[in-house]
Design a protein around this ligand. Structure first.
Ligand code: ADP
Ligand code: ASP
Ligand code: MG
Length: 819
């Protein structure tokens, strides 16, 4: 492992922190074959140097006190950190540096002039002093430590305060130097030199960039930026107390965040890392064990649609407008050309489609010179009133939401605007990068923090809701559902989280209620010992009188007694989720009434599990219908039970035994005769036809039973089974006959030309329903949209787990809809 570690001013802000830095470097040395470190000036020192030089330039003697304070601070650090063996020598070197600094400041004081070039020289002392002290402090532990002045290697042009790196020379210098060095180099961040060996700097905050320049030149495995926060956070933690660390983000996201003000990374830092595909790791030197932010080519993964929010305060917005701009080419070119000439960085541009105006934001420091540059460029047009006066709005902030996932999701802008709107924050201008990596708004500076918080809450902070479940039926499906609720009683979805509480439960004999939630590991016992006898009317009354919000009634029975109460339940604004088909396969009028009532009351009536267990059959049909399609034909195998039966029934087995086996595995209706009499499939077909918009009644469906009526008439399930034995030979015969013709038996539901039929068919190998395994369901939907090739849905079509999964999904959806 080869690493560059960069420690910012915040990590070397105090003696204690510097000691931690040395510990971190020692630890890195143990695990790496190559380590180099880059350090910034002690926290606050660069600002201090800037203000001292400004004092000097304006002829204020106070600069001397500022200088003394700086000297004092560094000497204190040196005494506290450097071992006696190295101290005397180190102090001598420090003295010469202080002397040099003092001379430069005195020069400024005398001539009252502070050029950018001199400013760079002054600022360079911060890094030089810091790196030198840390180098000396490290010597006892790291004897091979070496102080390295980056000015010897990093070459820039003469753009003082923001030197542009000459990478060819710089990379060559760095590689050459390191080829000959076996030391652990402690490198000055931020500073560089011109061709003429004048001191330059890489822009404020530029030590990060130094680390990236060295890292890329040397092809390290990772560039670690150690700072005072746990990585890049969802927003500036000083402005948003609920900001949290972004564990992973892409170079592009990091670039956008930093460009729009996230100070934690200096924007150009990303470029050398990205070009060499070297990951950046942002770590906290105060809590080295926290994992920080890993920046690579992989985009952030969270459910919030955005990766983070950043902001730049104190910007001005300049607007150029006028009739003379409409349809005229080259206006923008001239405008931005004029600004570029003055080295003015434009943060954001926005142009209305009328082309009547262009507005752009620049840092407040550039406001006046930007205005001047434009007025000069367009003086002729202004005189001719083709372009109006340039308007400058001051005291503004730019806020950007950033994230690669924005490209793939809709509604992000809407969410942003509604978060601001709800909080009464006025948006002055909007821009979206064409990369769709950010959406930027300009707001009043005084609104900035409030806006960040509102946006952060809108996108990231958990929205909570509780859904309260009342369940009837604790058979296989009910049990599986309770297990789901037990295992996932808290759902975290996107920025929302949902608690699912079981408030009421009943089996055929007892019921239990608890407004605080029934313990999900104990519901069985509670039901067994409950003194409350189950009575559906009482259950519903109790449910209605609890006044619970977000109540969902779940009917996991197949009983008509229960569905008879659906209307009453929906009427009191309680949603219903159910696999029970009885309500929807009763009269068409009732089916319609319940559906209408639920939408009128704004509650859910979810019965997706009526057909195909967990398969998305009803939802698909609903979507087709909603999109204006007309289903003309349905062909399907809709009974997992019968699918299973005819898949496992062989000429060596008895039909009755195969049926029993299916029932024991939970693949049949509670009374298996509901499967064999074709009624179950007919009901499903009826529901599907109704969902397609056909007002059918059950009597419109021709049902060919699998087993004659006389067998089905047995007074009990047990008696039915024993009677069925005498029909086993008949079923075997049917199977044999099909087999001999190379066919299989399938119980097929068909709907065409407004008529439905369910019947046992022999299907040949060329039929799409020939190859079905286990309890598969399959449905082929022909419609106006799917005319030539039908839309096919196929998959496991029975079983408590998938059915309960669907019901659970419906409950969660209903809950999340509330948030
Ligand atoms: P260093 O001295 O280590 O270079 P900086 O002060 O330059 O540190 O950058 C770290 C600071 O950046 C943090 O203390 C934090 O206040 C600020 N910051 C702004 N935006 C963010 C953000 N989105 N995530 C993390 N820190 C941020
Ligand atoms: N010390 C420099 C500054 O304060 C560079 C840095 O901190 O990265 O801007
Ligand atoms: Mg920094």
């Amino acid at each position: 492992m080869r690493k560059i570690l960069k420690f910012g001013g915040s990590s070397v802000g105090s003696i204690d922190r510097i000691k931690r830095v040395i510990d971190i470097v020692k630890a890195a040395q143990l695990e790496c074959s190559f380590v180099a470190i880059v350090v910034s000036a002690f926290g606050g020192v660069t600002d201090h140097l800037v203000s001292a030089s400004k004092q000097a330039a304006s002829g204020k003697e106070e600069y001397k006190n500022s200088l003394l304070e700086l000297v004092e601070r560094h000497l204190t650090a040196a005494h506290a950190l450097i071992a006696p063996a190295y101290l005397t020598e180190a102090l001598k070197v420090l003295e010469t540096k202080f002397h040099e600094l003092s001379n430069v400041l005195e020069g400024i004081y005398l001539i009252h002039e502070l050029s950018p070039k001199t400013m760079d020289l002054i600022m360079s002392f911060g890094e030089r002093l810091c790196a030198f002290i840390i180098y000396n402090a490290a010597l006892p532990d790291i004897p091979q430590a070496q102080y390295l002045d980056a000015r010897d290697l990093i070459k820039t042009d003469r753009s003082f305060n923001a030197g542009q790196v000459d990478f060819e020379k710089t990379n060559h210098n760095i590689r050459q130097y390191f080829e000959a060095s076996n030391s652990l180099n402690i490198i000055t961040g931020f500073i560089a030199s011109s061709k003429e060996n004048e001191t330059t700097t890489l822009g404020r905050g530029g030590s990060d960039y130094t680390a990236a320049i060295f890292g890329a030149a040397l092809g390290v495995n990772v560039i670690e930026i150690w700072t005072d926060v746990d990585g890049v956070m969802t927003a500036d933690p000083r402005k948003e107390p609920f900001a949290f660390t972004i564990p992973e983000m892409s170079y592009k996201e990091a670039m956008e965040m930093s460009y729009f003000g996230a100070k934690v990374i200096h924007p150009p830092t990303i470029v050398p890392a990205l070009e060499k595909n070297i990951p950046l790791l942002i770590k906290n030197s105060l809590t080295p064990t926290s994992s920080g932010t890993f920046i690579s080519s992989t985009a952030s993964k969270n459910n919030a649609a955005i990766c983070g929010i950043s902001s730049i305060d104190n910007v001005v917005l300049l607007s150029v407008q006028g009739g003379g701009m409409v349809g005229v080419c080259g206006i923008a070119k001239r405008l931005f050309g004029a600004l570029a000439e003055k080295n003015i960085n434009i943060i954001l541009i926005s142009q209305g489609s009328s082309e009547h105006s262009i507005c752009f934001a620049v840092s407040a420091a550039y406001g006046d010179s930007a205005k001047e540059a434009i007025e000069k460029e367009f003086s002729l047009e202004m005189r001719a009133h083709m372009i109006e006066d340039v308007i400058m709005e001051k005291n503004l902030s730019v806020i950007a939401i950033v994230g690669e996932n924005m490209r793939m999701s809709t509604g992000t802008a809407g969410k942003l605007f509604s978060a601001l709107g709800k909080n009464g924050i006025n948006i002055i201008a909007i821009a979206q990068g064409s990369s769709e990596l950010n959406i930027t708004v300009v707001v009043k500076k005084e609104d900035e923090v409030k806006a960040i918080r509102a946006i952060h809450e809108g996108f990231f902070l958990s929205k909570k809701a509780t859904v309260n479940v009342f369940l009837i039926g604790t058979g296989l499906i009910g049990k599986a559902l309770l297990e789901n609720i037990h295992n996932h009683s808290r759902i975290d979805y996107e920025e929302r989280n949902l608690d699912i509480h079981l408030i009421g439960i009943a089996n055929s004999s007892h019921m239990v209620f608890n407004t605080q939630g029934i313990p999900l590991d104990n519901w069985n016992d509670l039901l067994d010992h409950s003194t409350e006898k189950m009575h559906i009317k009482h259950f519903i009354e109790k449910m209605q009188h609890q006044n619970t919000v977000n109540a969902v009634f779940v009917d996991c029975t197949s009983s008509q007694d229960i569905t008879d109460h659906y209307e009453d339940i929906l009427d009191t604004n309680i949603s219903i989720v159910t696999p029970n088909k009885k309500a929807n396969s009763g009269s068409y009028e009732n089916y319609k009434k319940l559906n209408k009532l639920s939408s009128k009351k704004g509650v859910d009536f979810s019965y997706g599990s009526n057909v195909g267990a967990g398969l998305p059959i009803i939802s698909t049909i609903d979507e087709l219908v909603r999109s204006g399609d007309k289903v003309t034909k349905i062909e399907a195998i809709l009974s997992g039970t019968l699918s299973f039966l005819f898949n496992t029934f062989t000429t060596e087995t008895h039909f009755s035994e195969t049926l029993k086996n299916a029932q024991e595995q939970g693949f049949t209706e509670p009374d298996p005769r509901d499967d064999l009499n074709g009624m179950d499939v007919a009901r499903k077909l009826l529901i599907l036809a109704r969902e397609c918009g056909y007002p059918l009644e059950i009597s419109d469906i021709l049902i060919e039973k699998i087993v004659p009526e006389e067998y089905l008439q047995a007074p009990s399930v047990a008696e039915f089974y024993s009677k069925l034995k005498s029909y086993d030979h008949k079923m075997s015969e049917k199977l044999l006959q099909a087999k001999q013709a190379g066919k299989v038996l399938r119980y097929v539901a068909k709907f065409e030309n407004g008529k439905g039929k369910v019947s046992l068919e022999e299907l040949g190998v060329d039929h799409p329903f020939y190859h079905l395994s286990k309890n598969d369901n399959i449905i082929a939907i022909t419609s106006n949209f799917y005319k030539d090739t039908p839309l096919v849905i196929k998959g496991q079509g029975a079983g408590a787990t998938v059915t309960a999964g669907k019901i659970f999904g419906d409950i969660v959806r209903i809950g999340l809809e509330q948030i």
